[in-house]
Design a protein around this ligand. Structure first.
Ligand code: ACO
Length: 152
């Protein structure tokens, strides 16, 4: 647990964070249908099962309200290239609208990037909208390539 100021604690997502507004915070990013606590917990546990570990979600908790105010994930992709290297993918960054613009997003990205590097990845990548490009530039990321997608 890292104190990131004002009673805000940066720490791994916990199995009880369904009740601390985890999905509500993700609504800053996209529509998030509520699967219910049991299904949420099964998904949480599924992400803990991979060996070596591949899923890491960090959350910032407001200790005063016991509510999550920011979340972000790191996925580790193991490769055949780069001398059997690994690449970090940053995904699903969301800061509660009430606490946006206070540096929490930047702290999350710094923590997830540091975690990826500590796990030995040779690069960290992410996809974002044009609107968010300046935010990621402030986090020392730069534009490379083009995102392609095919939705089911
Ligand atoms: N345009 C220009 N600059 C920006 C923007 C923006 N859209 N957003 C933040 N910044 C700047 C800030 O001014 C600040 O600059 P400074 O360091 O010079 O003071 C710096 O970036 C860091 O800003 P934070 O306060 O850390 O940003 P915040 O906590 O608001 O988090 C985030 C940014 C994550 C984009 C938040 O606004 C959010 O949750 N938005 C809705 C969901 C979303 O779009 N998530 C990202 C999707 S991409 C992905 O998940 C990989």
């Amino acid at each position: 647990v890292k104190n990131v100021g004002d009673g805000l604690h940066l720490r791994p997502l916990s199995s009880t964070d369904y009740d601390r507004g985890h999905l509500r915070v993700l609504e800053a990013l996209t529509k998030v249908p509520d699967p219910g606590r049991d299904a949420w917990l099964r998904q949480f546990q599924l992400m803990q099962q991979s060996k070596p570990a591949a899923y890491y979600t960090l959350a910032i908790l407001d200790a005063a309200t016991d509510e999550i105010v920011a979340v972000g994930s790191l996925f580790i992709e193991y490769k055949f290239i780069r001398g059997l290297g690994a690449c970090g993918h940053i995904e699903d960054i969301a800061v509660d609208p009430k606490t946006q613009g206070k540096g929490l997003g930047k702290k999350l990205i710094r923590a997830l990037t540091g975690l990826s590097e500590a796990l030995g990845t040779y690069k960290v990548i992410l996809d974002c909208s044009e609107d968010n490009k300046p935010f990621y530039e402030k986090c020392e990321y730069k534009l490379v390539g083009v995102q392609m997608a095919k939705y089911a």
